[in-house]
Design a binder for this molecule. Structure first.
Ligand code: C5J
Length: 242
């Protein structure tokens, strides 16, 4: 990460704009894995139309590239399990009637197992050197991972959240982060769900009641905030942003 010096900007968001110091802000991209976005993976075994998640890829890529240019910390997560499934709760494996279960062999290797092709991040958003990748066994990115330590060591107070799916791993992670004192800005069009109504409701739940779990913004608003910071327009917000 190149920035240590304050780089203040204002993000247009709901329920209200939020002022942030980009040097204390991380971009967190949740579970943009082949297993969720491509045919033959975990998402499809559950009966979902995985093409619905494609809508988030372009906006997410634009924000990722801007975040890299701004020099902010970028963190990726992947949901999945050890090859021996010792970290997979039995009920997670047994639940429902999927066409294949976690650990079964599919066209992209064993379903939701670390090291398999399906577990990897999609090429468009592939991590580059220096970007931590957090492997998580559950839905929340703080559960049984070193995400919190990584954020603390980097002095992060604000998290820009992208990824899939909106109502499952994105929402769970935002709730965990909020309880730990982080300010989360969810970039709505950089997230997606197999259920459009759950996507909409997942975002509404975050920003309701004065932003009970955080803020909701979008890729265009975030790109404008990066551009403002870059152009040095942000010093007027120098007081009071975190
Ligand atoms: C799900 C996730 N939906 N990454 N995982 O099972 O949201």
């Amino acid at each position: 990460m190149k920035t240590q010096q304050a780089l203040k900007t204002r993000i247009s968001a709901e329920p209200q704009p939020i002022e942030v110091d980009l040097s204390r802000t991380a971009l967190l991209i949740i579970d943009m894995q082949r297993d969720f976005l491509e045919p033959g993976g975990f998402g499809e075994t559950l009966g979902n139309d995985v093409s619905l998640l494609q809508a988030a890829v372009g906006p997410c890529k634009a924000v990722l590239e801007a975040a890299r240019r701004a020099g902010i910390l970028v963190i990726h997560t992947r949901e999945g399990h050890r090859p021996d499934l010792s970290d997979a709760p039995p009920y997670k494996i047994e639940r429902g009637a999927p066409s294949k279960r976690i650990g079964d062999v599919g066209p992209m290797g064993r379903i939701l197992v670390r090291g398999e092709p399906g577990h990897d991040i999609i090429p468009e958003l592939y991590p580059i050197a220096g970007e931590p990748v957090i492997d998580k066994p559950g839905k929340g990115a703080f559960c049984q991972t070193d995400l919190e330590l990584t954020l603390q060591n980097a002095g992060i107070s604000n998290i820009l959240v992208c990824g899939v799916t909106t109502e499952v791993c994105v929402n769970t992670t935002v709730r965990e982060a909020n309880d730990r004192g982080y300010r989360c800005v969810v970039l709505g069009d950089c997230c997606a769900s197999y259920f459009p109504e759950f996507h909409d409701m997942g975002l509404k739940m975050i920003k309701a009641q004065g932003g009970i779990f955080g803020w909701v913004s979008g890729s265009q608003e975030m790109l404008a905030a990066f551009a403002d910071a870059d152009a040095g327009l942000a010093p007027r917000f120098a007081q009071g942003s975190v």
